[in-house]
Ligand binder design. Structure first.
Ligand code: ATR
Length: 280
């Protein structure tokens, strides 16, 4: 029986077992997908032991994504560039590491706001690990003008410089206090910071300068409608919540481990929403 896992620390909050469990049932596959809490000190021995434990692969989540990048035998192109692995699988006795966060982000926009990649520019709020995946996605989809705004400017500059090898796009860095300039006529805005996750985070950038047809997206999905998404909706802008990205990033892993490309359905979304206790 194929066995897969999600490992993290903590991991109890992960919705991945619910998502993969739904697909296993829906496609009538005899297999398992379980959450395993692994402390950072034990992560490397856990990875080395997965074939002996009959696992075929799994997901890696916070705080292990960078460690997995260092430890796998072979990286896919995206993981190599992003510097983080969220999906691993065994193939020919080798441990492969891939990154599906970026493709999950893109696939979700494809489904909710088709044509989004025609945007002539995009703004990324944040420059941490999550921002790297989003930047990779925007570059892959051909957004020519990408603006990074981060509280710590140096981090944004580092990120821009790590991706400075392309010629088809331009990346500019803005101070946190220069958001108005960064947002001027922006057509796609993606929040990758943790702002909005806590009730105390009520900060929302001034959306006045963005284009009237802009898409505003947040990778935070608890709450589903962050203060940023609420402000965008109230300004008549298109909004894309973070739950879709979570569901879509799971698709390639399931296909690798269990051999069926699963579908992200409204029923699956409802199932996860009910689990989050915020069905709407
Ligand atoms: P992740 O892997 O989820 O991206 P991270 O690497 O810790 O996590 O990055 C968190 C991001 O949220 C960073 O861009 C961080 O800004 P700094 O680089 O200045 O730390 C941003 N962030 C977190 N809290 C913030 C706050 N209160 N205001 C503005 N930005 C914040």
């Amino acid at each position: 029986m194929p066995k897969a896992f999600v490992c993290g620390h903590p991991v109890a909050h992960s919705r991945s077992p619910l998502v993969h469990g739904y697909w296993l049932k829906r496609y009538d596959i005899t297999g398992s997908y379980d959450a395993i809490d692994i402390e950072p000190e034990r992560f490397s021995s856990f990875l080395r032991g997965i074939s002996g434990n009959d696992f075929i692969g799994g997901n890696v989540t916070i705080p292990h994504k960078e460690a997995a990048f260092e430890l796998v035998d072979i990286l896919d192109k995206a993981a190599g560039k992003i510097g983080a692995v969220n999906t691993i699988w065994l193939e020919d006795d080798k441990l492969f590491g891939g990154n599906t966060d970026w493709s999950g982000f893109a696939a979700n926009l494809d489904s909710v706001t088709p044509g989004w990649e025609d945007a002539s520019n995009a703004v990324i709020l944040g420059a941490g690990g999550a921002a790297r995946g989003i930047l990779y996605a925007l570059i892959q989809r051909g957004i020519p003008d990408i603006r990074i705004v981060n509280r710590t400017r140096l981090r944004a500059e580092q990120l821009a410089s790590d991706f400075s090898d392309g010629t088809a796009y331009k990346i500019s860095v803005f101070d946190w206090s220069a958001q108005l300039a960064a947002l001027q006529d922006s057509e796609l805005l993606v929040n990758t910071t943790s702002l909005g996750m806590n009730d105390s985070d009520t900060y929302v950038p001034d959306l006045t300068p963005v284009s009237g047809s802009a898409i505003v997206s947040d990778i935070v999905y608890t709450p589903l409608e962050t203060p940023l998404l609420r402000a965008a909706r109230e300004s008549g802008l298109k909004t894309v919540d973070g739950l879709g990205m979570l569901l879509h990033q799971a698709v390639p892993g399931f296909e690798k481990w269990f051999g069926v490309r699963p579908e992200v359905t409204p029923e699956l979304r409802d199932l996860v929403l009910r689990d989050m206790g915020s069905h709407r």
